[in-house]
Design a protein around this ligand. Structure first.
Ligand code: 5GP
Ligand code: MG
Ligand code: MG
Length: 180
């Protein structure tokens, strides 16, 4: 668990992330070019670095809101049952909404969150995830935009933690245990 010794091997550099975000934001800005205001919803806590970089590359009028869903806690396994720990501040009925997630893994979290938000009758609801692990999927969910597809590895950095640590690494790295 979290007291096992590990090292972090770089998987996606800060430079590669920045370049990919520029590409994605060109697409997103085109998609929403006619919007009066886009509500960008970050899923706490893992998306906080991604959303900060993303909104600064969007050439659109935006508002930022946050939602927190229950997650792994400090474990490395998905809980599958998703609960809302902190809901949005604002109403999204009739609004353009973009949900921002760090990783789509089993798919349960984004599947649950997008169904919940869809029930509030937004005008247009889409989602973006920095990372996607398609080999781990348990529910049929596809994000509208994906930064990078990655293999089934436990990753940290760029907002993503292991037992609340390593969120401040500027790159995405994979955790490699050095002893059992
Ligand atoms: P899902 O509900 O799709 O299984 O998982 C969603 C959440 O699990 C992600 O938003 C993320 O918080 C967490 N998660 C999935 N894979 C990883 C990983 O490799 N590292 C970390 N730290 N969290 C992960
Ligand atoms: Mg998450
Ligand atoms: Mg976590």
């Amino acid at each position: 668990m979290s007291d096992r010794a590990y090292v972090i091997d770089e998987m996606i550099s800060a430079k590669a992330i920045a370049a990919r975000i520029e590409e994605l934001c060109r697409e997103i800005s085109t998609e929403y070019k006619d919007t009066d205001k886009l509500v960008v919803v970050g899923l706490l806590r893992g998306s906080f670095v991604f959303i900060a970089d993303l909104v600064r590359e969007l050439d659109l009028p935006i508002e930022v809101d946050f939602l927190e869903a229950s997650s792994y806690g400090d474990s490395m396994e998905s809980s599958r049952e998703v609960r809302i720990l902190k809901d949005l501040r604002g109403a999204i009925e009739g609004r353009d909404v973009l949900v921002v997630e760090d990783i789509v893994d089993t798919g349960h979290t984004l599947n649950h969150v997008t169904h919940l938000l869809q029930s509030r009758m937004p005008k247009r609801l889409k989602s973006i995830a920095l990372l996607d692990k398609p080999s781990r999927r348990e529910v049929d969910f596809r994000s509208d935009w994906i930064g990078f597809e990655i293999p089934d590895e436990f990753v940290v950095g760029y907002g993503i933690d292991y037992a609340q640590r390593n969120r401040n690494l500027p790159f995405i790295g994979k955790v490699r245990f050095t002893e059992d």
